[in-house]
Write a protein that binds this ligand. Structure first.
Ligand code: OKP
Ligand code: ZN
Length: 344
């Protein structure tokens, strides 16, 4: 399977994350991609390529133009405002912010475009996010040439990035951008299956009113898990997108027997939709030892997961999302990819 990887991910290397009332070293750091890459090399994934560069025309079909302009300039504007440390939002438009509009002041603007506040913005963050988007788009183009599988080793991740919102370590929605690229290349129906532990609220946001991209997410129950305010079963899509969004929230300590039933149900929906290609938003933070999550999947379960997904017969672009803390994230990702190849 082809692996698409850019060194530019290293430009996203924040010093701070707001966690439990403290600024800590971020869970989402450069070591993640390098651990995953090392495991892939060790398991014989030798076909690694750098991404092609793409402009913003595809991202602009999903993200707001003002939001992208904000991402491009926020670091410079933050420094110009006199701040000397990483950029963190403080005031967000929430309930009854009736006249919310993007303020000129960068300290306000960063809150306007935030859906959570653990994700500090740093020098280089935008460059890394652009490279992650390039990896995802390169993978989409590789599938459109007739290849069955590709893996975009994206970092920073993307599935919490909404139309005009960053947060949850995400800035550009890599998986949705790949899905849009597949659409633009002529694939009529694309499904995104999100198996990251956290609900893909950003992906849901950018696809919610669409009937050409089906979104299914398996995740920790919102009553108990970040991002808390999205991911309920009742969120089924809107307008022409009604019926094209499916959420599968699960309880604390969910292990493979229960998880696999939800996976089967999601794949059933994807096949009933008539998907011609699948973008797999892969987070391995469902692993039993993940430091910020509460499912109980084991390393061998990821092999079964990949095989089961491949059995749907679709071309699959796997896009990297979460998975933290422990070296096993490498083997877990490799197992999904090996499972995909075995299950075809
Ligand atoms: C990103 B992805 C730990 C609590 C959770 C944000 C989690 C973002 C997860 N500080 N905070 O979906 O893996
Ligand atoms: Zn996650």
């Amino acid at each position: 399977m082809r692996v698409i990887y850019s060194e530019d991910h290293k430009l996203r290397d924040a010093r701070t994350e707001l966690h439990g009332g403290e600024l800590v070293k971020p869970f989402e750091g450069p070591f993640r991609a390098e651990w995953i890459r090392a495991a892939l090399k060790q398991k014989g994934f030798a076909d690694e390529v750098a991404p092609t560069r793409y402009d913003l025309s595809v991202p602009l079909k999903l993200h707001d133009a003002g939001y992208l302009a904000f991402l491009e300039t926020v670091w410079e504007r933050w420094l110009s405002a006199g701040f000397t440390t990483e950029a963190i939002p403080i005031s967000l438009p929430v309930r009854r912010s009736y006249h919310a509009r993007p303020p000129h002041n960068i300290d306000g603007l960063i809150g306007y475009y935030a859906n959570s506040v653990e994700t500090s913005i740093t020098e280089g963050t935008y460059q890394a996010a652009l490279a992650a988007k390039d990896c995802a788009m390169t993978g989409a183009d590789y599938l459109s040439k007739g290849n069955r599988f590709a893996f975009a080793l994206c970092r920073p991740p993307g599935h919490h990035a909404g139309i005009d919102l960053f947060g949850g370590y995400c800035f550009l929605n890599n998986a949705a951008i790949a899905a849009q690229r597949l659409r633009d290349n002529g694939t009529k129906k694309v499904a995104i299956l999100d198996v990251d532990f956290h609900h893909g609220n950003g992906t849901q946001d950018v696809t919610y009113e669409r009937d050409d991209i089906f979104f299914a997410s398996l995740h920790g129950e919102p009553d108990d898990a970040f991002p808390y305010f999205w991911g309920h079963k009742e969120e089924t899509g809107k307008g022409r997108g009604e019926g094209f969004n499916a959420n599968f929230p699960m309880l604390r300590n969910t292990a493979w027997p229960v998880y696999s039933e939800a996976l089967e149900a999601a794949l059933e929906r994807i096949s009933a939709f008539g998907a011609e290609a699948l973008v797999l938003s892969l987070g391995v933070d469902t692993f039993e030892k993940d430091p910020i999550s509460f499912f109980r999947l084991k390393t061998e379960d990821f092999l079964t997961m990949g095989a089961r997904i491949a059995a749907c017969g679709l071309p699959v672009l796997t896009v990297m999302e979460g998975g933290y803390g422990v070296h096993e994230i490498g083997d877990n990702v490799a197992n999904v990819l090996i499972g995909l190849e075995n299950g075809k």
